[in-house]
Design a protein around this ligand. Structure first.
Ligand code: ARG
Ligand code: ZN
Length: 872
């Protein structure tokens, strides 16, 4: 049943053109598809034509004008045993019910609109087709609908004509997309929508009409998305030489969407949380998310659409590369080091967890049962890290040439990861075959570094070793090529010049790039003429997605934290010190933050000129990260208690400094969602959070004042988050006030649900069960589900309650949801990804809950694959 990469064969038929005629109706939409087909000269001659379907009903079939027996079509397949040996025309009519489509794949209703989601395999829920990414065709789409019900008719490509359907209340529009594309990039949107319009002139002189489409009354919240779109278009021209290639670019925000957004050619469809924003309703993090996702989907126009994937095993070819591109864009728009730190936090929290758990898979997997389960942090975020490593290894110039080469050579094709990497091998003259292991081996490598300084010879010996734990189905791991950016830091912070000896030296290229290439299981490097006390700063800018274990003492780390020229490593040194401290507490109640007083006071001082960075230092490692660091028999209650104790101690130790930060911040001017303002707010809110951890009564008072006085959502919700941790009437009153104020805004109510589901108290499970019955909650909208149940699943202590009630709550929800929307159900199951790290009692309860789900009747392929891998 699983699909295997090794089974890939080219298609036996090609589609030269597709003409679709879609007559929209809420429950009976008629789709007429006319396919110009011909045998693929590279395929099997005389092979049957096998078109994919999914829950389809065919109402008419014609081959070269002659009617075919409808019995050739089953809900999931249309087979023509002996098609003509030359070109032929197949006409297929299907009738589908968008209102009944609760899976949100294919054509469905969202609010007052019709919309589609076809990636990965949704097009086959609209009509029978060769629904695979290596079949590219030119699409022309006629859309017809009731004019009153659906005044807006949007398709891919450029608009061709539009008009009334004589004698009816209906109208139509025809769209033509000149760029051949696979079916997963197809889209239509229709309904009552308002547009915020704009214009962009490309470097090639093309004038592009831009529009952000939203529910009526919400254009006032689309301005930031439009601005981000224009900046993205300009940046892709400047940074990568990529210009837009159609006369229109439409973005539509819908409130029912399984994932973040979708890059359909010329017609991106978004989860509305990545479009809508105003200072009163959206946080700084929401604005940053909009900027990133708008850029991401736009950048797909080249990396994904112009060059697409040969098969879904190559998904990271477009997703990893496009994440890399959006990360670079955001880094250029904001603070580069702070963006890097934020990205690494996400990578460690989500991808390292995935790599260390039962769902571990390589960036290019070799089999899957349900492709929708592979839109993962590994494919996306680790995929982006691999591309970042390519740039580090071949250098920026060869990287730019390689990418240019990729765009030139593979434009208009469906490519593979090998095609991509080959371009950089060619541009750099380097053999990248060993590097390719990053795509095929799963797991996070551990790199250990041991140092020895010999005073007599003034040599510093650095012994590096790498090893990667087995992952499901991959027992043996070969060494990875790990680029380690580095420097040698003198005790006073100056940079020790790097010189290595004849033996155990670095190559000229390594020296020129300040990068050690660790490509073997172990490697010794000898640095010469090194001052005593010199500290290696390794993995600067997080140059590889590895877990680095060093023999640096706490004192060394505090030196790096204060002096390292690499901002990422300054931050990471602080994280390591904090993580050691908390874990010491978990183990034996030890660990005294007092030693950190001076350096942390200094961090708070630097917050005056780099508040965003200081805020990142003040955000302690998450409970999930700490659990993974502990590695086995984890008691989440103990981790939480230790982390809170350290937060409290830091809060008391620096109370005066934090109060000053809060007081100064209160005087900052009016809200603007720019990086500088966001940094100031993040810093002040980090100070508030720690102050409250140290002194809940004082913290509650400060937070309530901020909650009441805030002129923006960032500060209001940060205050509510602080209040949410302090049991009592004040908290409940704040939640009630917040609900009252924002009841009409579902995206804001999502924050209200999520904060309540995140409370680390035993009563939370009952609160969440109660909220499942709240009138604002529905299992039908993915955002609501992720807000309440997704947040609960990410609540370390309450999901992992010692009595198993947290597991049962999520398991019940998964079972209920599976019948309605399997993708959302499968995503909720992600809560169980680290269950094997738990202490035996919880582990047994989590396993029992997974088994209970797995034993259910009629499981979707999505949920079945995750439970069976998890229980594996
Ligand atoms: N290609 C989209 C993006 O990352 C993701 C769409 C995934 N949707 C799905 N149902 N699997 O931009
Ligand atoms: Zn993407």
């Amino acid at each position: 049943q699983p699909v295997r990469l090794s089974d890939y064969r080219v298609p036996d038929y090609l589609v030269d053109a597709v003409a679709l005629d879609i007559s929209l109706d809420r429950t009976a939409t008629r789709v007429r598809s006319t396919l110009r087909l011909r045998p693929n000269p590279e395929g099997v001659a005389g092979a049957p034509l096998d078109l994919d379907g999914d829950e389809l009903v065919a109402t008419a079939l014609r081959l070269d004008g002659a009617a075919l027996d409808l019995a050739l079509a089953t809900p999931d397949r249309l087979t023509i045993a002996a098609p003509p040996a030359g070109p032929f025309v197949l006409e297929v009519e299907t009738v589908i019910d968008p209102t009944a489509n609760t899976k949100l794949m294919g054509l469905y209703r969202s609010g007052s609109a019709y919309c589609t989601q076809c990636e990965a395999e949704g097009f086959r829920r609209i009509t029978y087709y060769l629904d695979r990414p290596d079949v590219l065709s030119v699409f022309t789409t006629r859309i017809e609908a009731e004019r009153d019900d659906a005044p807006v008719l949007l398709g891919n490509g450029n608009p061709v004509e539009a008009g009334a359907v004589e004698g009816t209340g209906r109208h139509y529009a025809v769209w033509h997309d000149p760029h051949p594309k696979p079916s997963y990039l197809f889209a239509v949107v229709s309904g009552r929508l308002d547009a915020l319009r704009g214009e962009f002139t490309t470097s090639e002189g093309r004038r592009v009409a831009l529009a952000i489409w939203v529910e009526p009354g919400k254009v006032g919240q689309a301005g930031y998305a439009l601005d981000a779109l224009k900046r993205s278009m300009r940046w892709d021209e400047d940074a990568f030489g990529r210009a837009y290639d159609l006369d229109v670019f439409n973005v539509v925000a819908v409130s029912d969407f399984n994932m973040g957004a979708m890059e359909n050619k010329g017609l991106n469809v978004f989860n509305d949380k990545y479009v809508l924003a105003s200072p009163e309703l959206a946080t700084d993090a929401d604005y940053a998310g909009i900027e990133t996702v708008i850029a991401h989907e736009y950048f797909h126009n080249w990396t994904g659409n112009r060059i697409t994937c040969r098969d879904w095993f190559q998904l990271s070819l477009k997703e990893g590369l496009t994440v890399f591109r959006d990360q670079e864009f955001s880094a250029d728009q904001r603070s580069r080091p702070v963006k890097r730190i934020a990205d690494v936090r996400v990578l460690r929290a989500r991808q390292f967890a995935e790599d260390g758990g039962p769902m571990a898979h390589s960036v290019r997997p070799d089999s899957y049962s349900e492709i929708n389960n592979f839109y993962t942090a590994t494919i996306y975020e680790k995929g982006a890290e691999i591309i970042r490593m390519v740039r580090t290894l071949v250098g920026p110039d060869a990287f730019a040439r390689g990418l240019q080469h990729y765009f030139d050579r593979f434009d208009g094709t469906a490519a593979t990861v090998e095609d991509f990497l080959g371009c950089f091998a060619e541009a750099s003259g380097r053999d990248l075959a060993p590097f390719f292991r990053w795509y095929v081996q799963a797991g996070t490598p551990r790199v250990t570094a041991r140092t020895h300084h010999d005073a007599a010879t003034r040599t510093l010996t650095l012994d590096l070793a790498q090893d990667t734990a087995p992952t499901p189905g991959q027992g043996e791991k070969l060494p990875f090529v790990v680029p380690l950016r580095f420097g040698l830091v003198l005790p006073d912070g100056a940079e020790q010049p790097v010189r290595t000896g004849e033996d155990d030296g670095l190559s000229d290229a390594e020296l020129a790039n300040d990068t050690i290439e660790l490509a073997t299981a172990t490697r010794r490097i000898r640095f010469e003429d090194v001052e005593p006390g010199t500290i290696p700063s390794l993995l600067r800018d997080f140059s590889a997605p590895v877990r680095l274990v060093t023999d640096a003492t706490d004192a060394d780390l505090l030196t790096l934290m204060t002096h390292d020229t690499d901002a990422f490593n300054r931050w990471d040194a602080a994280q390591t010190v904090l993580s050691r401290l908390i874990i010491a507490r978990v183990r034996d109640g030890g660990g005294d933050p007092e030693a950190l007083r001076t350096v942390f006071a200094a961090v708070v001082r630097t917050g005056r000129h780099d508040p965003a960075f200081a805020a990142q230092v003040l955000a302690l490692p998450s409970e999930g990260e700490l659990a993974r660091e502990i590695g086995r028999d984890v008691d989440p209650d103990a981790v939480h208690a230790a982390r809170e104790a350290v937060r409290g101690a830091v809060g008391r130790m620096l109370a005066a400094e934090f109060r000053a930060v809060i007081a100064e911040g209160a005087a900052a001017g009016p809200y603007a969602p720019d990086a500088a303002g966001a940094g100031r707010r993040a810093f002040r809110n980090a100070a508030l959070s720690l102050l409250a951890a140290g002194d809940p009564a004082l913290g509650a008072a400060q937070a309530r004042a901020q909650f009441d006085g805030a002129d923006n959502m960032t500060d209001r919700v940060a205050a509510l988050a602080v209040l949410s941790l302090i049991p009592g009437e004040a908290r409940e009153a704040a939640f009630a006030a917040f609900y009252e104020r924002h009841a009409a805004e579902p995206l804001v109510i999502d924050k209200w649900f999520a904060l309540q589901a995140s409370i680390p108290e035993r009563s939370t499970v009952d609160r969440v069960r109660r909220l499942l019955g709240h009138p604002a909650f529905t299992l039908g909208v993915p955002n609501r589900v992720y807000a309440l149940l997704g947040a609960f699943g990410a609540n370390p202590t309450e999901f992992n309650r010692p009595d198993g009630a947290g597991y049962d709550l999520v398991a019940d929800a998964v079972v209920t949801l599976d019948g309605r929307n399997p993708q959302v159900a499968a995503r909720l199951l992600g809560a169980f990804r680290s269950w094997r790290l738990l202490e035996p009692g919880r582990r047994a309860l989590a396993e029992a809950a997974l088994k209970r789900i797995a034993a259910g009747p009629d499981l979707s392929a999505d949920v079945r694959e995750i439970t069976s891998r998890s229980l594996g």
